[in-house]
Ligand binder design. Structure first.
Ligand code: GLN
Length: 191
């Protein structure tokens, strides 16, 4: 049985809970729970950090005393969009205090104002067929450090990475019902 938490401070929390519940339907005894305080992290195999507004989530992480606990979290992290901003080591916006879980540099809202949302059929390393990626005011990674495996990139930059037990996506695998990346994550985590 696998226990997954979803950081439930702001953003598309429900979508992450639904997607992980579905990805775990064939694993009896598994559970997906919201995380709002440090004690909620106990016993989790994995944590999803949702899309939303990274400056707001960063502020709420501080307010709820979660910063150190998240940095020390021993499970795998599945981060999407704003979550990708939060797990980076360096962020172009000083209002975000990054968790530094993945050694990469991330730029917020990297697509420009005019076309800030789009869909793309994306080749992702490890998937046989392309993934329909939904980008919503998405970030990109502009630099990836040692040990970071780039899983997908587009002309603007890197949009999917794996580092050790963590994965981060600039798009939203929790939307759209395609759970191949959730399954890849659980497989890499070995749970
Ligand atoms: N633009 C948002 C941010 O950087 C991320 C958007 C999203 O999560 N869909 O906070």
């Amino acid at each position: 049985d696998v226990k997954v938490g979803v950081l439930a401070l702001q953003g598309d929390v429900t979508e992450h809970i639904t997607a992980f519940r579905e990805a775990l339907t064939e694993r009896p005894g598994s559970s997906v729970v919201p995380v709002r305080k440090a004690a909620d992290l106990a016993g989790l195999d994995a944590l999803a950090i949702p899309g939303g507004e990274s400056t707001t989530i960063s502020r709420l992480i501080e307010k709820n005393g979660l910063y150190e606990a998240l940095r020390e979290f021993e499970g795998g992290v599945f981060a999407t969009c704003a979550g990708m901003v939060l797990v980076a080591e360096r962020v172009d916006d000083p209002r975000v205090r990054p968790l530094g879980l993945i050694p990469m540099r991330v730029e917020r809202n990297a697509f420009g104002r005019q076309v800030d949302s789009r869909e793309a059929m994306l080749e992702v390393k490890g998937l046989e067929e392309p993934f329909r990626a939904v980008f919503i005011r998405a970030p990109v990674a502009t630099e990836a450090g040692r040990g970071v495996e780039v899983l997908a990139r587009i002309p603007e930059g890197i949009v999917a990475v794996r580092h050790d037990r963590h994965m981060a996506f600039a798009f939203h695998p929790e939307l759209g019902g395609d759970l191949r990346l959730h399954r890849m994550f659980l497989e890499v985590l070995g749970v």
